[in-house]
Design a protein around this ligand. Sequence first.
Ligand code: ADP
Ligand code: MG
Length: 339
Amino acid sequence: MSDIIQLLPDHVANQIAAGEVVQRPASVVKELLENAIDAKATTIKLIIKEAGKTLIQVIDDGVGMSVTDARLSFERHATSKIKNAEDLFELNTKGFRGEALASIAAIAHVELKTRQKNDEVGTEIRIEGSEVTYQEACATPKGTSISVKNLFYNIPARRNFLKSNAVELRHIIDEFHRVAMAHSGIRFDMYHNGSEVFNLPVSNERQRIVNIFGGKTNEKLVPIKEETDLVTVSGFVGKPEYAKRSRGEQFFFVNNRFIKSGYLNHAVNAAFEGLLKDKSHPSYFIYLKVDPKSIDINIHPTKTEIKFEDEHALYAILRSTIKHSLGQFNVAPVLDFNR
Ligand code: ADP
Ligand code: MG
């Protein structure tokens, strides 16, 4: 008899986990933006070079990290956001798996600078392929700056499979939009190759949507609002006459987290029944607030799919809320399809 099982070294385990968490530069952008939000930042800056292939940097003015935490943040399953399994049912943060930084540091060159408000000096750490190569005190503003360079430098197959800069940038902008729409009270700036792409001042949800999608969006939006024991619904649907063939602007946010749901999308379409041209899709920006206990976010590492306890009720509420709002705004089912 001989034993053949061994525990994988951390850097190998991290690299495997990274395969799930980090599909492309946009995944890094999402994780870093979410960390900045969890750190209660009020201003978040995203700096990208070559569609994130050479640099993704996120600078926030949040709570920062202590010297020890700065080092620990790159360990797998290291998180300040939950302490035990029960906390999973009370989640008020974007993160909780403690996997993102460990994963990213396994497949990129990472530089972290961070300082807490009451500390005189901050900490700088550099990590390559899960190895800390540098850790010193440094001068840095309150908050955290993380730079992720040369993503997938040690996984040539992944690097080679990245799409063109135009495509990867599109994915990054999509993530940026989603996060920015879910947090209209935070200021966001984005730069690509030295040029400003977005500057989104602190505002409300409507103004944030308009800042992102352009001034003309304002006249397309019909507000929706409903409050029940199960859910608070707010946000906007696009007037039917603006519906498009492409499924561009369709967003669900649950407790300020962008999610995808074919089922809820169906509820929206059902509300628009009879109002749309064949094969056209309404736009919508829908914010749902539910008790964290009634959802399970932990079904996929990227957390864009969630399970609702009472999906059927949610469907019915959403459908009737939207129907009602469309009716109130005198969006009659008779449309001149030739205009
Ligand atoms: P998670 O977000 O799931 O906790 P991460 O790997 O993304 O896992 O981050 C690990 C920990 O590092 C976080 O729990 C947090 O304590 C700390 N951290 C990460 N990014 C920041 C940031 N921008 N500001 C302050 N703390 C941070
Ligand atoms: Mg995180």
